[in-house]
Design a protein. Structure first.
Length: 245
């Protein structure tokens, strides 16, 4: 059980941390003189997201998913739960109308993606047939990349909505993205109905590609454009020098 737990944790949590580091590293020194976010709030949001991700996994795993329609319905219900929690959390008084909320939203999102994927991987590893087969590992890694990318995007999107006072519009956009992703990933989660492995892998790769596109949109467009104009100008000027240099 320990091997299964740690393997599931590596598949779920490591990609989440790598996504977060890659996306947010340019908003800390040496790219800026002072960090644009508070580390304590960033890690708090990640920890809260991990707890909510467990709750989402419990909701998802409480259904016997064999049919595409069931998988799609449960995915949409999980999306509604996740994004509604983001809506509430990122609209708390200490976060609303602050530009750095976009960072805490992305951290909250990948926290959710990390533990949801971990729970799904753990359940797979405890299965009766070749749990550590390379095909299972590939599928779980692709799922982890997809879910963490997607959650990063929707978290940053709702974070910007909270910062700029357009929370409901961002919330609906996030739900729309989750709905498209659900349509693509549901065949992978209901393989007993689809059966054809090439179709299953094709849908998984399509869902992963869509989620990675959303991650790049959040990383390259949503976060930079949410920053105040003077902060964007400082970032364009490049790496600051220490006074001792």
């Amino acid at each position: 059980m320990n091997h299964e737990f740690f393997a599931a944790g590596a598949i779920g949590i490591l990609p989440a941390l790598l996504f977060l580091y890659y996306a947010l590293r340019r908003y800390e020194y040496p790219y800026v003189e002072e960090p644009l976010f508070r580390n304590d709030r960033l890690f708090l949001s990640f920890a809260v997201g991990m707890i909510v991700g467990v709750a989402s996994a419990v909701l998802f795993n409480s259904f016997n998913i064999e049919l595409y329609t069931v998988a799609l319905t449960v995915l949409l219900a999980t999306a509604l739960f996740d994004e509604s929690f983001k809506l509430v959390y990122l609209n708390l008084r200490f976060l609303q109308r602050k530009f750095d909320t976009v960072f805490y939203g992305s951290s909250l999102g990948v926290g959710m993606g990390a533990t949801f994927t971990m729970a799904f991987a753990f359940q797979t590893f405890r299965g009766p047939t070749a749990p550590f087969h390379p095909i299972n590992i590939f599928g779980l890694l692709a799922l982890s990349i997809a879910l963490n990318s997607l959650q990063f995007f929707t978290g940053s999107l709702i974070g910007v909505g909270s910062a700029k006072g357009r929370l409901w519009r961002s919330y609906l956009q996030a739900l729309g993205s989750r709905a498209i992703f659900a349509l693509l990933i549901a065949p992978f989660l209901a393989p007993f109905q689809v059966r054809n492995p090439f179709i299953i892998v094709g849908f998984l790769l399509a869902a992963t590609a869509f989620a990675l596109f959303l991650f790049w949109e959040g990383h390259s467009t949503i976060i930079p454009e949410s920053l105040p104009a003077d902060v964007r100008r400082r970032l364009r000027r490049g790496v600051p020098k220490r006074s001792s240099d």
